[in-house]
Design a protein around this ligand. Sequence first.
Ligand code: PRT
Ligand code: ZN
Length: 283
Amino acid sequence: MLRIAVQSKGRLYDETMELLGEAGIKLTAVKRSLLVPSKNFPVEVLFLRDDDIPDTVATGTADIGIVGLNEVLEKNRKVHIVRNLGFSKCRLSLAVPNAANYTGLEWFNGKKVATSYPVILRKFFASKGIAADLHEISGSVEVAPGIGLADAIFDIVSSGSTLISNNLSEVEKVIDSEAVMIGGQPLSEEKQEILDELLFRIEAVKVAGDKKYILMNVPKDSLDTVLEILPGIKSPTVLPLADAEWCSVHTVLDEKCFWEIINRLKAAGAEGILALDIEKMVL
Ligand code: PRT
Ligand code: ZN
């Protein structure tokens, strides 16, 4: 049994559960208790506050965890990144009041900076030779300059709208963050096998994520032109249709590539073009 630490509620919860679900892991009674076993896969999920996940994994109370990279760097425990998961993307940035006469990083010398991420910020300022006064607060960091508690802030930014509504400007991005899977203690052979299977499934879900399965009808005399346009994974499947003048072409494409070539396919005579979601893909 492999134990996975997961945020019990908050911004990481939905996408973490979705990822586990897409990997075919069904839980018994989701979230009614702290530790929930899967009914069809040898894992159990330990629901925690995200702040507690790095320590829980470092000490071996959980075998792996899913948490924001920002939290991993701030807690600075003995864990390693097993895999980037690509969701809950955000950045940790320094922001100053719009009215401040910001001249560059030296502006922060002697300034008071409010943050919930003092470890990351102290390290950043030390690497740049800046001597600022860090003021740790645990929430609503963005209001600190407005109420005279600090000159600037260091906080998570995603869309940037929180900064805008508090009359703050983002001046330096310090790190990019996203949800990551972390590991800590060495795993037994049995646990490693379960983790490998889980990673294999996650890979299949992620690879499929930005791909589309494309089908279209093509006049036989345009087939060569259409095949030249299609950058398929290997060679596309070409099937006969009831009308001997036409055939059906199937292939897999990156979604962004689909939009780039759709007009060329139409111009080459392709009709009835369908683009379907792919749930899983094993290369
Ligand atoms: O209760 P628990 O301790 O488990 O949760 P929490 O309240 O500490 O964390 P939570 O659920 O708010 O966030 C969990 C993780 O989501 C963070 O550690 C980040 O890795 C990631 N994440 C992604 C974010 C955001 N985007 C985000 N926008 N975390 C917080 N925010 C907040 C930010 O603090 C700021 O107040 O949203 C505001 C900024 O957003 P924009 O869009 O206005 O720029
Ligand atoms: Zn937290």
